[in-house]
Design a protein around this ligand. Sequence first.
Ligand code: A5P
Length: 218
Amino acid sequence: MVPDVEREKRLAAEAAAALAEDGMRVGLGTGSTAGHFLVALAARGLDLRCVPTSPTTERAARELGLRLEPFGADLVRVDLAVDGADQVAPDGWVVKGNGGAHTREKIVAAAADRFVVIASSDKLVERVVPPVPLELLAFGATATLALLERARLRDAPPTPDGGLLADWLDPVADPAALAALLDATPGVVGHGLFAPALVSEILVGRGEVVDRVVRVAV
Ligand code: A5P
């Protein structure tokens, strides 16, 4: 049976919104699943301070009446961050960035005491596969691409931070090894491989229920 993807996204988003408590600082992800989370979070009417991960999320959150604060010296950590995913693998690796916001999303996830990934069941994969989203510094992007032979620029506007979007297209035999390679390549500003250690919890809408995988830090 074909899953009702929007319903599954909404169920996962509502389960994540239930984790928010009055007074929390909350990181707001980007994408359609995160969009459901914004609606569910706003509906709770809590007193929150929120950090958006993209201009799109910022606009949507503002329209829903969520209080936004600059991600600066007065707010360097968040209690909870919630975001969607493009791929969720059983070994805990998550791929993000189809919408191009992965660099900001990872910064906010890394600043979160609890980073919760929400997804519909169609995002579950047996193993990470390409494309893996990249953001490149515009300066020297051709040279950076030459180092990453199997990456291609995306036909997309620059990110809000001036970065160029690209995708790694080779098979991903070992996500940790690829993440290390990308982290070590000058000119790569960010990539969409989110390591298991970054993810506290994964909420997957599956039919009428939400499966919860709580990750134990190792
Ligand atoms: C944004 O850049 C992405 O990381 C999204 O979070 C991811 O692509 C999931 O998007 P959807 O919820 O729209 O599938």
